[in-house]
Design a binder for this molecule. Structure first.
Ligand SMILES: *Cc1c(COP(=O)(O)O)cnc(C)c1O
Length: 373
């Protein structure tokens, strides 16, 4: 039995009638760019995240970029984030003209280490972007405290954390603003590219809304030099339908994680993801850690298990960022974990048999390995 890394087709089939009907309405209304379907989704998403404003845009990358622009972050400024993230977090910082400054992550959450944050702040620092990696919100209280003390903005990279919680607060409702990705494989995924911004700041929201629509409030009267970053109508309709299922899907992910954990507990070579007391994890990624990562990954893939790596090279060591001058050894936790992480299949529609199949292949790998040493 093969087990894919994720299965979007089964999910689509489970909500096909609802989705097809909503897409049909967009077609009937020819409401393709922005418009009422996007507005309706934005209203629901704001409510879901417990914030005043949600704004759809083209992608998670664009969301991060627009938030930084709206905050006036630009050339000469520094923005602090972590290196074990998808490169988009750093790209957004670079594309407003600012410099990404990295701090290491902390085990076992692999998210921003608040104890090293303060040492990275300089008189050029303007903002901090904690990344809710794998679907678990960072330890936000100490980060918010430090940001308050230094007058810095906090932007949550919530691209992997739709519906996750920190001390009962939803991801996206804690910092000054947050970026979400609706890339198809994310916990809340569109049928194409899409992104979203959440904030409680009225002024910031108004500026971003205008910016994303060519800087106009009234058609062809442009107040600021803007951009076309609108979410399209079909994505708005799809996302609104899927948002109605998100809590159930996240609960399923959590129960699959619990099942993996119970079944893998006795594999002493694996370290399993830990859910912090402060958090409700939504397991966008179920990443385990092991020394023999490359061998295990190859074995899983050879046996039809769609395992992957998130991410093989931390951002500070990517060729694209060689100009920043970081070298190996800069961030030991991020670097060591990048060489040991392996992401097991995880999606809401996984069956018990699929989970058991993944576990049995993992166990077989170790059994064979120990038999030969
Ligand atoms: C997916 C992702 C992004 C980028 O989102 P896109 O919609 O693909 O542009 C940014 N940050 C993190 C942590 C992500 O996982």
């Amino acid at each position: 039995m093969n087990v894919p890394f994720l299965d979007l087709k089964t999910q689509y089939k489970s909500i096909k009638d609802e989705i097809d009907a909503e897409i049909g309405k967009v077609l009937e209304n020819t409401a393709f760019a922005g418009g009422p379907f996007v507005k309706a989704f934005e209203k629901d998403f704001a409510e879901y995240c417990n914030v005043k404003h949600a704004i759809g845009c083209g992608s998670g990358t664009e969301a991060l970029w627009i938030i930084l622009l709206a905050m006036g972050v630009g050339p000469g400024d520094e923005v602090i984030t972590t290196p074990n993230t998808f490169i988009a977090t750093a790209e957004a910082i670079t594309f407003v003209g600012a410099t990404p400054v990295f701090v290491d992550v902390v085990e076992p959450s692999y998210s921003m280490d608040p104890t090293v944050l303060e040492a990275a702040i300089t008189n050029k620092t303007r903002a901090i972007i904690p990344v809710h990696i794998f679907g678990q919100v960072c330890d936000m209280d100490p980060i918010m405290d430090i940001a308050d003390r230094y007058g810095l903005k906090v932007i949550e990279d919530a691209c992997q954390a739709h519906g996750a919680e920190y001390k009962g607060k939803r991801a996206g409702s804690i910092g000054d603003a947050a970026a979400f990705s609706f890339y198809p494989g994310k916990n809340l995924g569109a049928f194409g590219e899409g992104g979203g911004i959440t904030t409680n700041d009225d002024e910031l929201a108004a500026w971003m809304h205008m910016f994303l629509n060519h800087g106009q409030e009234k058609k062809y009267y442009h107040e600021i030099i803007g951009w076309n970053g609108r979410l399209d109508g079909i994505q708005g309709a799809v996302l609104k339908v899927k948002l109605g299922h998100l809590d159930k899907w996240n609960e399923l992910r959590r129960s699959h994680a619990a099942r993996y954990r119970a079944l893998l507990l006795d594999v002493k070579d694996l370290s399993l993801p830990v859910e912090e007391d402060y958090s409700s994890h939504v397991y966008h990624i179920f990443a385990v850690r092991c020394k023999e990562r490359d061998e295990l990954l190859a074995y899983l893939n050879e046996n039809g298990i769609g395992a992957g790596i998130h991410y093989p090279v931390p951002v500070h060591l990517q060729s694209a960022y060689s100009e920043l001058g970081y070298s190996e050894g800069s961030f030991p936790v991020a670097e060591q974990s990048a060489s040991e992480f392996i992401s097991l299949p995880m999606f809401p529609d996984m069956t018990d048999e699929q989970i058991e199949r993944v576990v049995s292949v993992v166990k077989k790998f170790y059994a064979e390995r120990y038999a030969t040493v």
